[in-house]
Write a protein that binds this ligand. Structure first.
Ligand code: 6PG
Length: 242
């Protein structure tokens, strides 16, 4: 059963998520010597990343033992304003002492997104313990119910063999590269971080039908723990229909 927490403000949401991240990171480092985490893109997680790079959180994490991955990437150059890597670098990675070789980004330099997806698959296989297990996958949700780059009506939703795949998102007229359901489902922990009133309708649909399949964020058959951290705006309709 997914665990759902609603926070009064966006700031409280970010502090709650930073506490959770710290707890999971310390546990993973204690038990397995390292913390392997896949970052979410988009706008919402930026506030969390900025908080993790500041006190008291930054000193509570042994960054030398943290391995950073990306759940998905827009197929743009790494310094492009839309790049998830750039957003994470500017809000967190440049500000904390993670060894550069432990920041494993999706390389969008390849001429073909399929090559980028296959290369990232090799990177996951060679750097993740036992080949497939993240300690934490951080995810957002779009107002259409997509998560990572698992968009409604796209081929990647039925991908069960490849760990990472390219996907063309017609309505955005762009390519994305994303981890697939099997990888997310094997993670020890999954944290959905969602804020804003524009997400309230889809969150109400997703959380009121946990076994539903209408929305990609709903279709996760997770083997590990799943947490939903919402601010009151994102939880508004769900809370009022309960
Ligand atoms: C991306 C994300 C995507 C994101 C949602 C929510 O690359 O855009 O990985 O899945 O989490 O689109 O985005 P916002 O946080 O910007 O609303």
């Amino acid at each position: 059963m997914d665990k759902i927490q609603v926070f009064l403000t966006k700031s409280a949401l970010y502090h709650g998520a930073a506490e959770y991240w710290g707890k999971i990171a310390r546990l993973a480092i204690e038990q397995r010597g390292a913390f392997h985490v896949a970052l979410a893109g988009g706008n919402t997680p930026k506030g969390l990343y900025q908080l993790l790079a500041s006190e008291p959180y930054v000193s509570q994490i042994d960054w030398k033992r943290v391995y950073i991955y990306f759940g998905d990437e827009r197929y743009v150059p790494m310094d492009h304003p839309d790049s998830n890597y750039r957003m994470a670098r500017e809000s967190l990675l440049d500000l904390v002492p993670i060894p550069p070789q432990q920041i494993l980004r999706i390389q969008t330099e390849y001429p073909d997104p399929k090559l980028a997806a296959d290369s990232y698959t090799q990177m996951l296989k060679s750097s993740l313990p036992e080949g497939e297990h993240f300690d934490l996958v951080l995810l957002g949700v779009g107002s259409d119910g997509h998560t990572a780059s698992l968009f409604p009506g796209t081929s990647i939703l039925t991908e069960r063999n490849r760990l990472v795949a390219e996907v063309y998102v017609e309505k955005l007229n762009t390519w994305r590269v994303s981890i697939t359901y099997p990888v997310i489902e094997k993670a020890r922990q999954v944290l959905f971080l969602v804020a804003g009133i524009d997400k309230a309708p889809v969150i109400a649909c997703i959380l009121s039908e946990p076994q539903g399949r209408d929305f990609p964020a709903q279709r996760l058959q997770a083997e590990g723990e799943v947490h939903w951290y919402l601010d009151t705006d994102a939880a508004h309709e769900w809370e009022h229909q309960k």
